[in-house]
Design a protein around this ligand. Structure first.
Ligand code: CUA
Length: 318
């Protein structure tokens, strides 16, 4: 059914990275073309009849026409067949999309304001980057730690909400090597539009190597671990670390050891305990000039070791 695969034109639609993507494009191509033909028939017929049956003399009389059973049957029956075909076709593709394959490679993805936290089975964590092997069924297990996000890979034509308090899932089998966009397609606050990730499709060998390298990263020094966590937990979307410029929250650059003025006029020393408190109880003290209630608490999301790593990293921002 290649003749209506108009979406083949790369500039018109994103690359087709999966078999499902081709199926979806075929269905949309069919819908587009049948709609176009129907539109031409209806509008064209209308214009033609307006011209053909226009008033030619001042006392033209319209002939008495009651109905035409054959015509009425046709214009009811043909669309019915088309609609039913589209329904069955769409159901078939949707059923494929929603039936999770057995023995799929599972990857956990957590949506949060405003990043995608990715965790593989061996415990390796990354942010905004999902790496998968080509030609293998991959199941993405989604959830969210705050509001509803939506995981969308345009090139794969798949999309699924990430909902706080429950798991949702989607699957795909990548057929093309390369980098593909991941977008958040559910408005989730200030930096929703910046919640962009990358889905990398690599060879089986590269994928295994990638996971191994992830294992090695577990033995990093504390500050390096903190730097990694800072990225994974998306702290950087609100706090700058290399300049005093404020983002959504105050900058952390060269703050350690100095005093910080709070919105109630109180001055607090920026030390280890202040960093710890700001992570676990971010609304206890608000830095002057910043709104209350913006930062979510990380209570229960970080263990002591991870907290120390973050403190160590923030300490060394000089
Ligand atoms: Cu997350 Cu929009």
């Amino acid at each position: 059914m290649m003749w209506f695969n108009i979406a083949k034109a790369q500039s018109f639609m994103p690359t087709q990275g999966t078999e499902i993507a081709k199926q979806v494009d075929n269905l949309y191509g069919f819908l587009l073309i049948t709609s176009f033909i129907a539109c031409v028939l209806v509008i064209g017929g209308m214009i033609y009849f307006v011209w053909k049956y226009r008033r030619k003399t001042p006392n033209d009389k319209t002939a008495y026409i009651s109905h035409n059973t054959f015509l009425e049957f046709l214009w009811s029956f043909i669309p019915l067949v088309i609609f039913l075909a589209v329904f069955v076709w769409g159901w078939y593709i949707y059923h494929n999309m929603r039936s999770m394959p057995k023995n799929a490679l599972e990857i956990n993805v957590l949506g949060k304001q405003w990043a995608w936290e990715v965790e593989y089975k061996n415990g390796y964590k990354t942010v905004n980057e999902v790496v998968v092997p080509i030609g293998q069924d991959v199941k993405i297990l989604l959830t969210s730690s705050d509001v509803i996000h939506s995981f969308f890979v345009p090139s794969f034509r798949i999309k699924q909400d990430a909902v706080p308090g429950r798991y949702t899932a989607l699957w795909f089998r990548a057929e093309k090597l390369g980098d593909f966009h991941i977008f958040c397609t559910e408005y989730c606050g200030t930096s929703h539009s910046a919640m962009i990730g990358k889905l990398k499709v690599v060879s089986r060998e590269d994928f295994d190597r990638y996971l191994e390298q992830g294992q090695e990263e577990r033995n990093l020094p504390l500050a390096k671990k903190g730097e990694k966590l800072f990225a994974v937990k998306a702290c950087a979307s609100c706090h700058s670390v290399d300049s005093p410029a404020a983002k959504v929250g105050p900058s952390l650059f060269q703050k350690f050891g100095h005093e910080e003025e709070m919105d109630n006029g109180e001055k607090i020393k920026f030390d280890e305990n202040y960093i710890r408190e700001s992570i676990l109880e971010p609304n206890k003290h608000i830095v002057k000039g910043f709104p209350k209630g913006v930062m979510p608490t990380f209570q229960g999301q970080l263990n002591e070791n991870e907290l120390s790593a973050l403190v160590e990293y923030i300490k060394e921002l000089k």
